[in-house]
Ligand binder design. Structure first.
Ligand SMILES: NC(=O)c1ccc[n+]([C@@H]2O[C@H](COP(=O)([O-])OP(=O)(O)OC[C@H]3O[C@@H](n4cnc5c(N)ncnc54)[C@H](OP(=O)(O)O)[C@@H]3O)[C@@H](O)[C@H]2O)c1
Length: 286
């Protein structure tokens, strides 16, 4: 089957590409960058285009299914709607859209609220669809490698109300199942890990995995903002600071029913954070 992966050069999309390729599907990736296109895995075709440019939607032509995600930016809604329209107008039969867990509980966050409109467009597009709503990714912690290894600190201010963080490989598995069968049509899945984690429990898991003390940096969002001002654009700093405030107050937790449903879709229990930390610690050591 011809499947287009939007975001196929990024964290989640590259996992979707890898798993689709392993299944022998015909995989295409939309990218803005000819250089990224030239570095795709063998047998995967890059198509240069841009969801910010309505004159560059040719990548959708002839595709039977589309995986769509849009990175956090001030133009996320526009890009998402162009992605949905591009797939529908080209005659794709199926779309799988990556949203975010509990988007409806925090619509004031630009990258949560913005996804609700895209979800609505997906559901009303006339295509078969699956919406996947992942929690915070375990793989975000790759950004904190230096803080963990050199300073013994876990800096993501996720608080103590609790998150059900998820492994990107599980997201990939669900997306691939939804793209390649009709068993998940019209479903909205919360993609979560098997247990609720906090800032302190995450630091403790890293501590055990790395075999050295790791301290949670704490919930001070003013300090977090000051530390990240040099690295993030103002819009993203604003969005993430408010997201962490929401996490600290309300958490982002799965229900037992979410975990049961995901286990059934995956055919195995969702991967645990402790196992992920152990695996990464071993990779970093070698
Ligand atoms: N991180 C988390 O914990 C988390 C949790 C839940 C949901 N999410 C959601 O996950 C999404 C981000 O996924 P990710 O981390 O896998 O993204 P990512 O690694 O930042 O990759 C972004 C991808 O989008 C492509 N892209 C960017 N702008 C584009 C455009 N205008 N037209 C076409 N392609 C474009 C990029 O391709 P090129 O650069 O090659 O053009 C790249 O492949 C966001 O919507 C976020 O809200 C994240």
């Amino acid at each position: 089957m011809k499947i287009l992966v939007v975001g196929g050069t990024g964290t989640v999309g590259s996992e979707v590409v890898r798993q689709l390729k392993n299944r022998g599907e015909q995989v295409f990736v939309l990218t803005r960058s000819p250089e990224h296109a030239s570095k795709l895995p063998q047998g995967v075709t890059g198509i240069v285009g841009d969801l910010l440019d309505p004159t560059k939607l040719g990548a959708f032509a002839g595709m039977e299914a589309v995986f769509l995600l849009n990175p956090v930016s001030t133009t996320e809604s526009f890009e998402g709607l162009l992605g949905v329209n591009g797939a529908r107008d080209a005659g794709a039969k199926r779309i799988v859209y990556l949203s975010v867990h509990h988007a409806d509980r925090a619509p004031h966050l630009p990258h949560f609220g913005g996804k609700l409109g895209i979800e609505a467009a997906v559901m009303q597009s006339g295509m078969e669809y699956t919406i996947v709503r992942p929690n915070n990714f375990y793989q975000n912690d790759i950004w904190f490698k230096e803080a963990l290894l050199n300073y013994g600190v876990y800096p993501q201010p996720i608080g103590s109300a609790g998150l059900s963080r998820v492994d990107v490989r599980d997201i990939g598995e669900v997306a691939v199942a939804a793209l390649t069968t009709n068993a998940h049509d019209k479903k909205v899945y919360n993609l979560v890990g098997p247990e609720v984690v906090t800032g302190e429990s995450t630091a403790a898991d890293w501590s055990r995995a790395l075999g050295k003390p790791i301290k949670y940096a704490g919930d001070d969002l003013e300090a977090w903002e000051a530390q990240n001002r040099a690295y993030l654009p103002a819009s993203m700093l604003y969005d993430f600071k408010h997201m962490y405030a929401f996490f600290q107050k309300d958490g982002l937790k799965a229900t037992p029913a979410d975990v049961t449903q995901l286990t059934s879709v995956l055919g195995h229990a969702p991967r645990s954070f402790a196992a992920y930390a152990k695996e990464m610690a071993a990779a970093w050591k070698s």
